[in-house]
Design a protein around this ligand. Structure first.
Ligand code: SAM
Length: 342
């Protein structure tokens, strides 16, 4: 078991890990670094706010300071990732485009997988009070997803999503002459029927049988009782084309817009706390049980508690004492080693 919480600058933690043989060992890294918002962030406690970290990168050229600090850290993450591993970087509009370019250089353009659109934290749209605006209200953060190597493949990411059954037109405009056959007395002049002739014939028979013997039972129930295997095609009077039945689905494949999960949570008083729902999706979909998951900007420890709950091993790091204090509280039921480096 490898659960380690580092309280130090993450470049020291990464050097330590590389020195201890963790090169190519970490399966999944999520990081939620400062966004260069030019604000300070606090831990809100009953005794008053305590400074957690400063996102101003004060100096002549904050952008250069920011990128100079991220570059070597992202490079070391590359060394630490396993050959099939990948990295998710949580950012917002301030830095996402700059880090995309840095990452294309460090990880390679071909290892960029997706930009994932996620919900932004609670922010009131203040535009209503104005007659004119200089830009639109921003409603999303982004995740940049990169793999270490091009050959890495991932199981189909799925989400729970109850979708009702429905009937859809059986004709499509993709032009395949071999898929134009007589169905209900009609041969399409262009386009194609969706399924092969034999599959369609069986689906027509299935629906006729259902109508003749079980029409008092809802079709969905009949489909469930017959083992979720049957397909159906029907032709209604007055409708030009045949229709095929799409069964109910309780899972759909994820795309890159994840507005169905929360990204921010406000449960610990740590101002930039992220939501376990978001981490559950990333860790659950893009790593296996017992994988080693790391977050080198772990803040209040959201990644670490989620990894522990999903039976992954984890490594976390934060330089802020306030962050480590909150993370330790959240990890009180978990075994781990605390390492403090100067
Ligand atoms: C946006 S917050 C992360 C919030 C976290 N995802 C959560 O759920 O609470 C960024 C964190 O990065 C930490 N940080 C910034 N620079 C760091 C560095 N060089 N080494 C380690 N931690 C750093 C900050 O202290 C802060 O806690």
């Amino acid at each position: 078991m490898t659960n380690i919480l580092f309280h130090c600058d993450n470049s020291d933690a990464m050097s330590y890990l590389l020195h201890k043989g963790f090169e190519n060992k970490i399966d999944l890294v999520y990081i939620d670094p400062p966004f260069l918002t030019r604000d300070k962030y606090f831990l809100r406690t009953l005794g008053g706010p305590k400074l957690a970290f400063d996102d101003r990168f004060s100096g002549k050229n904050p952008l250069k300071l920011y990128l100079d600090s991220m570059y070597p850290r992202l490079k070391n993450i590359w060394y630490l990732l396993s050959p099939s591993g990948s990295l998710f970087i949580h950012l917002d509009w301030h830095m996402v485009h700059y880090i995309k370019v840095v990452m294309d250089e460090l990880f390679g353009y071909n290892n960029f997988r997706n930009e994932i659109i996620i919900k932004r934290g609670r922010r009131k749209n203040l535009m209503y009070q104005f007659e004119y605006l200089d830009r639109m209200h921003i409603a999303n953060d982004s995740l940049l997803w990169y793999s270490k190597y091009e050959l890495a493949r991932f199981p189909l990411p799925m989400k729970e999503n109850e979708i009702d059954s429905k009937w859809m037109g059986f004709w499509s405009n993709v032009d395949r002459p071999t898929m134009r056959y007589r169905l209900f007395g009609h041969v399409p002049e262009r386009g194609q029927w969706k399924w092969s002739r034999s599959r369609a014939a069986e689906a027509v028979r299935n629906y006729k049988y259902y109508l003749n013997h079980y029409s008092d039972v809802p079709l969905e129930q009949y489909w469930l009782q017959t083992g979720k295997k049957l397909e159906f095609i029907r032709k209604r009077n007055g409708v030009k084309y045949a229709e095929y039945w799409i069964p109910p689905k309780n899972k759909t494949i994820l795309d890159n817009v994840w507005l169905d999960v929360e990204s921010y949570r406000y449960s610990t008083g740590y101002e930039t706390e992220k939501h376990e729902e978001l981490l559950e999706r990333i860790i659950g979909q893009f790593s296996y049980p017992k994988a080693l998951v790391a977050d080198f900007f772990c803040g209040s420890g959201t990644t670490l508690v989620t990894a522990a709950r999903l039976a992954r091993n984890w490594i976390g790091c934060d330089s802020s004492s306030q962050a480590i204090q909150v993370a330790q509280k959240r990890l009180s039921n978990t075994n781990y080693e605390l390492i403090r480096l100067a």
